[in-house]
Design a binder for this molecule. Structure first.
Ligand code: DGY
Length: 330
């Protein structure tokens, strides 16, 4: 019996692989490092479907080289690595995994907020370097207090909302800007809506939760950073290019802002000699917002179900280009 061919571009939970294996011949990229663009092109050349990841650039030339593809199932909510209009033009369904990772990503956003405010990573290094006695000085390691401060949220989607809800437990005030105003959240949680400029200027912690689009590219640049409080801390768990990284470096070294917690970077991976990595007032993580056992497993399972549904000619649980359903007659 004919079985479609599926390529999985990174190792995933085995129960997700089991779901795919029931419907397809399966191949999984074996290495920890992602495939290069050439290796990815070769891997997908003969594939009917693929489970992909934010590190895989799916552009027009790659799609041109993968004529059999019917479905791309992304293990992420963000889809800026995929040329969706081109996939749609070619009749390729694109699945993704919103919702299941919102809480884990907000947990990590809050971890960054606390770590930068209370200088957790910096002071940990002192202990490891044998400086405990000096570090325990009454005037050393003074950070900013989180409770009672103002959290500014840019982008009140699923992850922004989870971040804002966590702030309430720390007695923080929450102001936000979002494409669509959310009066029901204002009524339920007391969040205050404001213009982007007001959110930027009044936040003690400014946390970014927007997707990367041409409109949000460099949403936070030199102009915005200069408007922030000099005591403010920037948190980014969305996409690296939502901020202008050079401008953030400038802001951190010139004292326009006090610190930054970055789970994402532009580019990813950052060059090891990037000057921002030398600064003490920055915590940089390797894009691990959704990296909890529970969320990653749910993402993998959802991606597998999306992929199998498309291969069977059924609707996906989460589809980024549902306008194709009509064309495909499903
Ligand atoms: C997402 O879901 O977009 C995350 O960044 C990937 O872990």
């Amino acid at each position: 019996m004919f079985k479609p061919r599926v390529y999985v571009t990174r190792q995933i939970f085995s129960d997700a692989l089991d779901i795919i294996e029931q419907a397809a011949e399966l191949e999984v990229w074996p290495d920890d490092a992602p495939p290069t663009p050439e290796q990815l092109r070769e891997a997908l050349a003969d594939a009917d479907g693929a489970i992909i990841n934010v590190m895989d650039r799916i552009d027009a030339p790659l799609l041109e080289a993968a004529p059999k593809l019917k479905v791309l199932s992304q293990v992420a909510v963000g889809l800026d690595n995929v040329d969706i209009p081109e996939a749609t033009r070619r009749g390729i369904l694109v699945g993704y995994t919103p919702g299941v990772l919102a809480k884990a990503t907000a947990d990590l956003g809050f971890a960054l907020l606390l770590a930068t405010a209370r200088r957790v990573v910096e002071s940990d290094k002192w202990v490891r370097n044998g400086n405990w006695e000096i570090a325990h000085h009454p005037m050393f390691w003074l950070g900013s207090e989180v409770n009672g401060s103002t959290l500014g949220i840019m982008g009140m989607g699923g992850i922004g909302l989870e971040m804002a809800k966590r702030a309430l437990g720390f007695d923080m005030k929450v102001i936000y800007h979002s494409r669509t105003r959310k009066p029901e959240l204002e009524a339920e949680y007391g969040f205050k809506y404001a213009t982007p400029n007001k959110v930027i200027a009044n936040s003690d912690f400014l946390s970014l939760h927007v997707p990367l689009t041409p409109e949000t590219h460099h949403l936070i640049g030199e102009k915005q950073l200069k408007k922030m409080k000099p005591t403010a801390i920037l948190i980014n768990v969305s996409r690296g290019a939502v901020v202008d990284t050079d401008a953030v470096y400038k802001a951190l070294t010139k004292g326009w802002i006090a610190g930054a917690g970055l789970d994402v970077f532009d580019p990813e991976p950052p060059p090891v000699d990037h000057p921002i990595l030398k600064l003490d007032n920055v915590v940089v993580l390797p894009h691990i917002g959704s990296a909890s056992n529970r969320s990653r497993r749910e993402m993998h399972l959802l991606a597998a179900r999306n992929l199998v549904a498309a291969l069977k000619g059924e609707r996906l649980e989460q589809c980024a280009n549902p306008e194709l359903y009509e064309t495909l007659g499903i």
